[in-house]
Design a protein around this ligand. Structure first.
Ligand SMILES: Cc1ncc(COP(=O)(O)O)c(C=O)c1O
Length: 365
């Protein structure tokens, strides 16, 4: 029988198909992988490890998450954020259950109907001015308990930081959790950008999750420098059922899970999560002040994480889009969204603001 194959120098015939110097402001998902995360993936490579989460990396990851979220936390790595949300919400609801969320919530707007179609969940949406629910707003949909004609509100889902770039304070989340729990509802937090919120608030992750009463969390990694991967984190095991079955049933159980888990260890065992998110937020603040100085541009929402929302003449946006990637957030009003990520540089921001000023000058001439 042959011995282990010799380790040879890596060889690749692959060709690079993009210019790695080009960065835009479209999405934190456009960024690549943080080098420390890539190095960790390489570290986890080689040899054999038990598949489907029975590996040493996933076992160790539990300690890493418990250090942040307390001794009852249990992390379930998954592939993506939509999957994390759909698994988490199913684990908190019964077949007749419904989820109260902001009308701007990713689960409602940007998940292709996955919570409804894959999770079988009814979403009860509430319009908000800033992407944030409050106890009063929750009550607009949290009613009809025991009425067989109404899907039963069983969960409140909030997003931190929100889809509109705002952050809840720990006190605001505590008030939501108290209110929801008094009515028998559980609380789920979509933390696709949870690190950006912690960086802005300057508090530990558990201050606005475990300690505020959140029951279940979708913990985001991809937008903060992972290759891929999110974690469903159970914070209150008494509220949650059948996580391991629901993850598999929802097609979110990775066979080679060690490579997802080791990325989270690289992110969370030290301060990479906070460094990267803090940097992305700082770039957004730099961008905000640079674009505020350009006449004709209005920043339309508070910049509390890594997103800047602005209004400017449509034709200026369209010309600028030929130079930098970014999206219209609201086609009807011409509002655009500019996102920063862990690898956005000061030079990127300054060049973008200069390009914006140039295009605006052409428009005004
Ligand atoms: C608030 C929020 N939740 C969840 C997600 C995760 O989505 P995906 O399924 O693309 O990983 C995103 C990604 O844009 C998001 O912005």
């Amino acid at each position: 029988m042959a011995d282990t194959p010799p380790v040879t120098a890596p060889r690749t015939d692959a060709v690079r198909h993009h210019d790695p110097r080009v960065r835009g402001f479209a999405s934190d998902n456009y960024a690549g992988v943080h080098p420390e995360v890539l190095a960790a993936i390489a570290l986890a490579n080689g040899g054999h490890q038990v598949a489907y989460g029975e590996d040493d990396y996933t076992a160790h990851l539990q300690d890493v998450f418990r250090a942040h979220f307390g001794p009852r936390a249990e992390a379930f790595p998954v592939f993506n954020g939509t999957g994390a949300n759909v698994v988490a919400l199913q684990a908190l609801t019964e077949r007749w259950g419904a989820v109260v969320c902001a009308a701007s919530a990713h689960i409602h707007v940007d998940e292709g109907g996955a919570p409804e179609r894959m999770g079988g969940l009814k979403l009860l949406t509430v319009p908000t001015p800033d992407g944030k629910l409050t106890p009063d707003l929750i009550d607009r949909e949290a009613w009809g308990f025991d009425d067989e004609h109404r899907a039963q509100p069983q969960v409140v889902s909030i997003t931190q930081s929100t889809e509109l770039g705002t952050c809840y304070t720990p006190e605001e989340i505590r008030a939501i959790c108290d209110h929801a729990h008094e009515r028998g509802l559980a609380v789920h937090l979509d933390g696709s950008r949870i690190a950006n919120a912690a960086a802005t608030l300057g508090v530990p992750l558990r201050a606005f999750t475990t300690d505020a009463g959140v029951d279940m969390l979708s913990f985001g990694g991809t937008k903060n420098g992972l290759l891929l991967g999110e974690c469903v984190v159970v914070l209150n095991p008494e509220r949650v059922r059948a996580m391991k079955h629901l993850r598999k049933l929802s097609m979110q159980l990775a066979s080679k899970m060690r490579f997802v888990s080791v990325q989270f260890e690289a992110l969370l065992a030290g301060d990479l999560w906070l460094r990267s998110a803090g940097h992305a937020n700082a770039m957004a603040r730099r961008l905000e002040s640079a674009v505020r100085a350009v006449e004709g541009v209005t920043v339309v929402r508070p910049v509390q994480a890594n997103a800047v929302f602005a209004r400017l003449p449509r034709e200026v946006s369209e010309r600028l889009q030929k130079r930098y990637r970014f999206y219209f957030w609201d086609e009807s009003t011409g509002e655009v969204r500019w996102m920063c990520s862990f690898d956005t540089t000061e030079e990127d921001v300054d060049s973008f603001a200069a390009a914006l000023a140039e295009e605006m000058a052409v428009h005004s001439a």
